[in-house]
Each structure stands twice: as C-alpha cells, then as structure tokens.
Design a protein around this ligand. Structure first.
Ligand SMILES: C[S@@+](CC[C@H](N)C(=O)[O-])C[C@H]1O[C@@H](n2cnc3c(N)ncnc32)[C@H](O)[C@@H]1O
Length: 289
C-alpha cells in the first residue's frame, strides 16, 4: 500500500460540558463577581455592550456571553493564531498560548454554550483605538490580553473611552509576580487617570470612572461571607474598595479548629522530625483512654 503524503488533521479537542472544562485562568471569585455585577446591571435596566480583550479559549468569554441581552453587542479581541505585534508580545504568546490556542478552538468552545459567536476582532488590541468601539457604549470591559505595560496602558485608554457612565473595567493579573507591567499600568490609571478601584480579587482589579459608591452598593447587595467567600474592606489612597476571595473549605476549617496548647506548639515547631514523631506518638498515647 502506498504511503499517503497527506498529513491527517489533528483530532478536534473534546466539546466542553461546562465552562469550567475550558482551559483558562478564570476562577471562582471572578466568575461570581462577573456574574453578580453583570446581573445587577441588567436588573437595574442598565443596557450596554460588552468587550473582552484577551479571550484565549473562551473561558471568561462564555460567561460574559451568558449575560448579553437582546440589542447588546459582545466584542472579543484576541490574536488567536495571528503573529504578535512585537518581540516581547511574541515571546509571551510562545510561552503561554501557542501550543493550544487557535481561533477555531475558541469558536468551538463558545458555540458549545451559545448559538451565536460574539463579534471577533482577530488582531492586536491596539486596533481598538481606531474608534470601532463607539465611545460610551459599554457597560463592562474585561482586559486580559498582553501583559506588557505599553499594551495594557493602551487597553486601559480603550476601556475608558468605551465605557458608559458607571461602567466597569476588570483587569487581570494586576498583582502577579510575572506581570509587573500590568500592575504599573493599573496603578498609573488610578493615580493619574481617575480610575476608581471598587473590588480586588486575587486575580483581578475592578474599577470604574463612574460612581464607585453605586457599584459598591451593587457589590455589597449579596451576603458573600454566607456563601463561603472572604470579603474585606480596604482603604487605600483615601478610597474604599473591597477584597473578595473564595475561602477554600479546608482553610476555613483550619482557622475554625481550636488552637494548640503552647507547649505542644513549641515542641512540634522546634524539635527535629524524628523527635516530633515521637512527641506526636506520646501525645496520642496520653490521650488514649
Ligand atoms: C491570559 S489569556 C486570556 C484568558 C481568558 N480571558 C480566560 O479567562 O481564560 C491572554 C490572551 O490574550 C491574547 N493576547 C496576547 N497579546 C495580545 C495582543 N497584543 N492583542 C490581542 N490579544 C493578545 C492571547 O492570544 C491570549 O489568548
């Protein structure tokens, strides 16, 4: 039999059954914060478009798309399988996304949950500065594309122009060790562009150029702690914002456990492992009836 010279197409990735089956970096606290804030906007009759810069395989886009209302437009901008605009961005793409990311895979994942695709701009996010997103048209913008300062600073300007009154911007990786450029751009926007922080999660910064008290009231209209989240009030640079994190049940249980006695803590902390095991055995034996 002749050997075929055609290369078989790689098998299609499995269809995700839930959005959590889609690879990505969109976790519980942010899923809940997005859903809550978007729902509150809709419940209050606030209409507006949605914009995501940086979609990867669609994990966060799928949730954003679930909150799209009739008459609203959802735009997603990503390079997908396109070349990056500069070497640093290209290195970032190679390191984190190239192996898995194609526009086709994004579209397949998105279609597993929604009948219609969003408007897709397959390009560097810098193209959005050309005015294709009407000024003041958006109620929610998610920035999660390049991590380089120059790019994120540009994305923030796009968001500022795109957002309607009291619209929200969520910025990913504002405090990760490997993304100092995002941190620089975010806090620069706070201190020089009037962006008001409203909510901080371990992964994302949420802010508004509108009235932070109105957004805060929406945020706090839910008993987050009763649902297992940690919620703390933070005062920074004369502004109030909240920190929200999912409280892992194991961590909660550890905090709720009664404290060890002082001599036991000292013995377990200071002794070498062999002696620690002997102390544990002795303590267990002493407790036995
Ligand atoms: C961290 S991932 C997005 C994750 C996604 N939001 C999620 O929650 O799973 C970053 C995405 O930004 C895209 N990206 C990186 N640099 C970009 C640029 N300059 N313009 C447009 N997209 C870019 C990458 O292709 C990648 O899909």
């Amino acid at each position: 039999m002749p050997v075929s010279d055609t290369i078989a197409a790689p098998p299609a990735p499995p269809v995700p059954a839930t959005p959590d089956d889609v690879p990505g970096w969109f976790f519980r606290a942010d899923q809940a914060a997005f859903a809550h804030l978007l729902h509150r906007q809709t419940a209050a009759g606030t209409a507006g478009d949605l914009l995501e810069m940086g979609a990867y395989l669609g994990r966060s886009a799928i949730l954003l798309g679930s909150h799209l209302q009739p008459g609203e437009t959802f735009t997603v901008c990503d390079l997908f399988d396109l070349d990056a605009p500069d070497d640093d961005n290209s290195a970032e793409m190679t390191m984190s996304y190239r192996e898995t990311l194609t526009r086709r895979a994004f579209e397949a994942n998105y279609r597993a949950f929604h009948p219609e695709l969003p408007v897709i701009v397959q390009a560097p996010t810098s193209v959005l500065a050309d005015g294709r997103i009407p000024a003041g048209s958006c109620r929610f913008v998610h920035i999660d594309a390049s991590h380089l300062y120059e790019h994120v600073a540009g994305d923030i300007l796009v968001a500022r122009d795109a957002l309607a009154e009291n619209g929200l911007v969520a910025l990913d990786d504002y405090r990760a060790p490997h993304t100092p450029g995002v941190a620089a751009a975010v806090w620069e926007a706070v201190f020089t562009l009037g962006l008001r922080p409203v909510l901080l999660t371990p992964e994302k910064f949420y802010g508004t150029w509108g009235d932070p008290d109105a957004v805060r009231a929406d945020l706090l209209d839910r008993d987050w702690r009763a649902e297992g989240y940690r919620l703390d009030e933070e005062h920074l640079a004369e502004q109030v914002c909240h920190r929200l994190a999912w409280d892992e049940p194991a961590a909660r249980a550890r905090r709720a456990a009664p404290p060890r006695s002082l001599p036991r803590r000292i013995a377990l902390d200071l002794l070498p492992p062999v002696a620690t095991r002997a102390v544990r055995r002795a303590l267990r034996a002493a407790r036995r009836p």
